[in-house]
Design a protein around this ligand. Structure first.
Ligand code: GLU
Length: 470
């Protein structure tokens, strides 16, 4: 039998980091074992499910490159099958029609509350056969009355729940639509899911699902419930903590490789190793090595991982992602250095690709405004002579590459007997518009020669104006 895992999001929002981590663990476990990974859209809540959310989830999965082998399956397309199973449960005596109204059920709960017992439906219609005609009913599953259910959880170990803590769960609403626990059970069964990997917010559902599977004579999958992710305040990670949608991390300039690497470590470890290639993740990951305790989301660490990947991934691969940010910031990169060349010189200067795009505009666009602070500090009257001389030397170069450019700057400083800073800094401000750039020779080499010369002229005008005003 093929090992099969699934990711089963409800399309009621974007793919958040918690969901992405669950998907990743599920995907890794399937990959590691040469198994299948199913994407199933649990869209039975018609009011809250949207196509936008389905799209957002798939965008997130695609961006993270978590490809599924089967699906996407949609639960809304499987209502006939759910009905068939519900009928089967009715016929075998494992389910029954319950005519209690909501008020009556509320009263049962109230009664239990008063007695200090667990609030529950009391099983009133469990054995009754005097069914009223023309009255609405729900269908409830006949939960076993005695004994325990044991979840052999791959992460948490054995969890034992007594059946008398579970009441008879509604499996079909009065309009006939199936409920979550029923649809999940039918799908996991039909789709031959062997390992259910999901957030531990579902632990309470598992004994109910096991009981239904048993009643159907279906095989039980293995379960792995992954502890939740906490924000930096120790509370469950949510929108309050800022960017939790996966695509927001794309927008903020993170590489999918970095986010995946960060997420795999968030709840799982392999010694003290921090960096894992995709292949390493697949080879080393195991559900049984997942943490039992919740993990705290740490943005600084994510940034550190992102920097690592920007610096160590093949620059051409980073460039593909940078391209999106350049476009996002409206920078036309047709005329200028290749993005690959850009990544090589900017990768260790920034935290994110978004920043990389921000600080790289001058390679592609001319500017009329120079950074005011840099002008004040570096385009002073005394730099007129060095700028004129260095411009002449640069203009004379036939080989526009870092070494001769470096020599031209050096020679200028030597000839005028001034420090390198008196030449380099004004030249940097002239060429890039500000006081920050990678090493000047490399930066200039990536800029077109004529462009640099024109920008020096522009800076000289600024210096002239300053002289005139002094
Ligand atoms: N649809 C459920 C959710 O989004 C997941 C169900 C499951 O994994 O069993 O929380």
């Amino acid at each position: 039998m093929t090992l099969t895992t699934r990711f089963a999001p409800s399309p009621t929002g974007y793919l958040h980091v918690g969901g992405a981590r669950t998907a990743l663990y599920s995907w890794l476990y399937a990959k590691k074992n040469g198994g299948d990974f199913i994407l199933r859209i649990e869209d039975t809540d018609l009011e809250r499910s949207t196509q936008e959310s389905v799209d957002a989830i798939m965008d997130g999965m695609n961006w993270l490159n978590l490809e599924w082998t089967h699906g996407p399956y949609y639960q809304t397309k499987r209502f006939d099958r759910y009905k068939e199973v519900i009928d089967q449960l009715l016929e075998s005596g494992n389910a029954y029609r319950c005519y209690s109204t909501q008020e009556e059920v509320e009263a049962m709960r109230e009664e239990a509350r008063e007695k200090g017992e667990k609030e529950r439906y009391n099983g009133l219609w469990r054995e009754r056969t005097d069914h009223p005609e023309d009255k609405p009913f729900v269908i409830r599953f006949k939960n076993p009355l005695n004994g325990d259910v044991t979840i052999h959880d791959m992460v948490k170990g054995d969890i034992v729940i007594s059946n008398n803590e579970l009441d008879d769960l509604i499996i079909a609403r009065s309009d006939g639509t199936p409920t979550y626990n029923l649809t999940v059970v039918v799908d996991d069964w039909d789709m031959k899911v062997t390992h259910v990997v999901r957030g531990d917010d579902h632990v309470n559902n598992t004994p109910r699902q096991i009981n239904i599977l048993n009643a159907l004579g279906a095989p039980l999958p293995e379960y792995a419930h992954i502890p939740m992710i906490l924000g930096d305040d120790g509370k469950r990670l949510s929108k309050r903590h800022g960017a939790v949608g996966v695509m927001q991390y794309r927008d903020d300039g993170f590489l999918p490789e970095a986010l995946l690497n960060y997420l795999v470590r968030l709840g799982w470890s392999h010694g003290d190793q921090e960096i894992f290639s995709r292949e390493e993740m697949i080879n080393l990951f195991d559900l049984k090595d997942c943490n039992r305790a919740p993990s705290g989301f740490n943005t600084d660490k994510l940034i550190w991982v992102n920097q690592h990947y920007m610096k160590t991934m093949p620059p051409g691969d980073v460039a593909k992602y940078l391209e999106w940010h350049m476009a996002d910031q409206g920078i036309n990169t047709e005329n200028g250095p290749s993005l690959e060349a850009l990544v090589k010189i900017q990768a260790d200067r920034v935290k994110t690709l978004k920043e990389m795009a921000e600080i790289s505009r001058y390679f592609y666009e001319d500017f009329s405004e120079l950074d005011a602070k840099a002008v004040k500090k570096h385009l002073r009257p005394v730099v007129k002579e060095p700028l004129i001389l260095v411009k002449a030397k640069l203009a004379a170069l036939t080989d526009w590459s870092p070494e001769p450019i470096h020599a031209a700057i050096n020679d200028t400083a030597e000839e005028l007997e001034v420090g390198m800073g008196k030449v380099g800094m004004p030249l940097r401000v002239a060429a890039t518009g500000g006081g920050n750039s990678p090493s000047l020779d490399v930066t200039l080499a990536l800029l077109d020669k004529e462009k640099v010369l024109a920008r020096i002229d522009h800076a000289l005008e600024v210096v002239e104006a300053r002289i005139a005003n002094s």
